[in-house]
Design a protein around this ligand. Sequence first.
Ligand SMILES: C[C@H](N)C(=O)N[C@@H](Cc1c[nH]cn1)C(=O)O
Ligand SMILES: [Zn+2]
Ligand SMILES: [Zn+2]
Length: 493
Amino acid sequence: MSSSCLSALETEIFHYIDAHQSDFIENLKEWVAVESDSVQPDLRKEVIQMMSLAAARLAALGATVNSVSLGSQQLLNGQHLPLPPVILGELGKDPQNLTICFYGHVDVQPAKKEDGWKTDPYILTEINGNLYGRGATDNKGPVLAWINAVETFRALKIAMPVNFKFVIEGMEEAGSLGLEKLLEEEKHGFFSDVDYVVISDNLWLSKKKPALIYGTRGNACFSVEVEGGDKDLHSGTFGGIIHEPLTDLIALLDSLVDPTGHIQIPGIYDAVAALTDEEKKLHGSIEYDVEEHKNNSGVKKLLYSTKEEILLHLWHYPSLSIHGIEGAFHEPGIKTVIPAKVIGKFSIRQVPNMDLSDVKQQVVDHLENVFAKRNSPNKLKVSMPLGAKPWVADVNDPLYKAAKKAIRTVFGEDPDFIRDGSTIPIARTFQTITQKTVIMIPIGAADDGEHSQNEKISRRNYIEGIKVFAAFFLEISKLRGQLHETSKPRTNK
Ligand SMILES: C[C@H](N)C(=O)N[C@@H](Cc1c[nH]cn1)C(=O)O
Ligand SMILES: [Zn+2]
Ligand SMILES: [Zn+2]
């Protein structure tokens, strides 16, 4: 955007942000250095250390910080593991100001250099304007971008245009364990004066065009266990005379989805909400390059070739993905064993209006049915360790207009209004508990590689993202009065 269109205040703020790029990148480097992987139990200490760093950062900002203990989690093997605390932070209590609650997470997906990273995943490394490192975009970069935006107001001694609340957690990648209960407990406490909730934990749909997100899919994660005897067996001594657990499991997994991506579980599509005319209109106006998206994935061919089909299958239809098999031999080389017990892991990204308990029942019935036809004496156990619901908001809420204006101020163009095929497990709970509008303002680009090797955020997106948040605070302050009357969430089913 040309500087002549900016207010004097915006010019001062943006100038400060540009001048402090190195400090902001240094902050991110310090956070990326912590292997705060919430998925692997043996790294829990690092997640807890990361929570302390985040708490210290908020305290340095002048926020009141409460690290709330969530107790422990019980693993499938019965072992108890401490859950990292959740940070509830507060900065500013001016009754004239609106109160924005920002939610983010500082845990990460697993990453190892030998998985195919070009650089050490825990050393933030800049190459050609991109900052590579695990958590750079998901979600340490965006959390810090928000904090840096608040810090900018403080450093410039500009009166805070809004009151801030922070909810920072360390278990999002493992399904936000324990967080829902805390939110419910704090409904009439911490959340009683929240005017709306902001999340920045997603990506644009393209490499260049900014976006705002008004919906996400949910995620129902399943575990399917097949157990034979009590020990592994020699495949020469027993192969050919027993029902093998892994063979049963592969047949079960193979029954879930056909080669066109259609889920084979009876009834699974019954409740799927029809696309509204408003959504069809939104799809039409979205800038989306099928070829670019295919290239981001690194695959040769997608299941669908048109924008309309792809957006429908990413946002409006459920999908089923198979993630792994516990107990199966996976090292290099040959091991001629028959595993005694194997556990398959898959998940269904559900959409409005699918009901989680119906989905669970449909999955269990289907797998038991397929298994029964195999006449196997092995034991089958199906469970759903995680069930996160989809979320949708009303794009006509003034909050979306404020965010759109902030993006235009920084990028000089309007964002696309998009949904996200992935999940923020706690988004729907925020909306239900606060009864206020939730907005997702992504700052990462479509090729950032969340959960993948060589995850990155570009320097431009990180720095301009800080400006978007700062401009957004100013836009929100203009909504005072208006928001209290109009802020109500779209009803989710
Ligand atoms: C979109 C967000 N950055 C993310 O990666 N969310 C995870 C959350 C999740 C879902 N099931 C378990 N964790 C995701 O969508 O996979
Ligand atoms: Zn995330
Ligand atoms: Zn993630």
